[in-house]
Design a protein around this ligand. Structure first.
Ligand SMILES: Nc1ncnc2c1ncn2[C@@H]1O[C@H](COP(=O)(O)OP(=O)(O)O)[C@@H](O)[C@H]1O
Ligand SMILES: [Mg+2]
Length: 263
């Protein structure tokens, strides 16, 4: 069982030990789940993702993957950040190659380049993008590269932190469709943790949605969206059940907002 089991997880940043960011979180995620983590800005979604990535250590509680407690970052978990996380001094291709070399240190370089080029095509980019520096690419293209890098090493767990948050609406829609397609066509399916504050994005992508409350954060609401109920871009605003769920999610996200209005 390659499930991700989070038990009794609490977290405070070491420089502010008295301020609990996450408070007793329990979550068991099955392999192949597409989990959207929804919540207001500042509620601790990125912190939660960083803990699963192994970039922070729990203050209390455990995170186990396939029964093993995680002790740090690993090539089984790839992270896609909102700001793309590409090294600006390297070409798009070299950014992907770097990840590939880490994962397959003994593999022939030409073979790795083939994989990188194939991956670029799969995310809808031309092969010539391989030679371009990130600054020569649009935001959408940079994020496609970052996604190509993540998928190229084929990690069973994919962690995405508001990856489309900085993109315009049309580009965002295209990338949402792309990520769903990439996820759906690979077997076994990757387990995805996808952070967003956009309810419609969560409804379009998720097989499961967890809503985080305000600080200290807990999971205050959870639902699963079975395959047969999953909306597409057209039915998102037509299906009565989805409309009801959207209202419910917005209500949960906003329920304690008045108590936490930022100055
Ligand atoms: N490196 C850090 N050191 C101290 N506090 C932090 C750090 N990063 C985030 N925080 C605090 O932790 C809380 C949760 O932040 P974050 O996880 O970024 O929320 P979200 O991703 O939901 O917007 C916020 O109050 C934020 O100010
Ligand atoms: Mg965040």
């Amino acid at each position: 069982m390659k499930n991700v089991k989070i038990e009794n997880l609490s977290f405070a940043y070491p420089d502010e030990p008295e301020k609990l960011v996450l408070d007793h979180i329990d979550l068991n995620v099955e392999p192949g789940d597409f989990v959207c983590l929804l919540g207001q800005s500042g509620c601790g979604k990125s912190t939660f993702l960083r803990l699963i990535a192994g970039l922070e250590r729990p203050t209390a509680g455990t995170i186990k993957i396939a029964g093993e407690e995680i002790t740090g970052a690993g090539l089984d978990r790839s992270v896609v950040f909102q700001d793309y996380g590409l090294f600006p001094w390297m070409t798009a291709g070299d950014n992907i190659m770097l990840a590939l070399k880490q994962k397959f240190p003994k593999e022939d370089k030409r073979k790795l380049k083939e994989t990188a080029l194939k991956m670029l095509t799969e995310v809808g980019l031309k092969e010539e993008v391989f030679q371009k520096l990130p600054k020569e690419l649009s935001g959408g293209m940079k994020q496609r590269c970052a996604i190509a890098r993540s998928f190229s090493i084929d990690p069973p767990y994919l962690l995405m932190d508001e990856p489309f948050g900085a993109l315009d609406a049309v580009t965002r829609a295209k990338l949402q469709d792309m990520i769903l397609e990439l996820w759906a066509k690979r077997e076994p399916k990757k387990t995805v943790f996808f952070v967003t504050h956009d309810v419609d994005e969560a409804l379009l992508l998720a097989s499961r949605i967890c809503v985080f409350g305000q600080s200290p954060s807990k999971i205050i609401y959870e639902c699963t969206i079975p395959e047969e109920m999953k909306p597409n871009r057209e039915t998102l605003y037509e299906d009565a059940e989805i409309m009801k769920l959207r209202t419910q999610l917005i209500r949960y996200i906003n329920q304690d907002v008045t108590e936490h209005i930022e100055p």
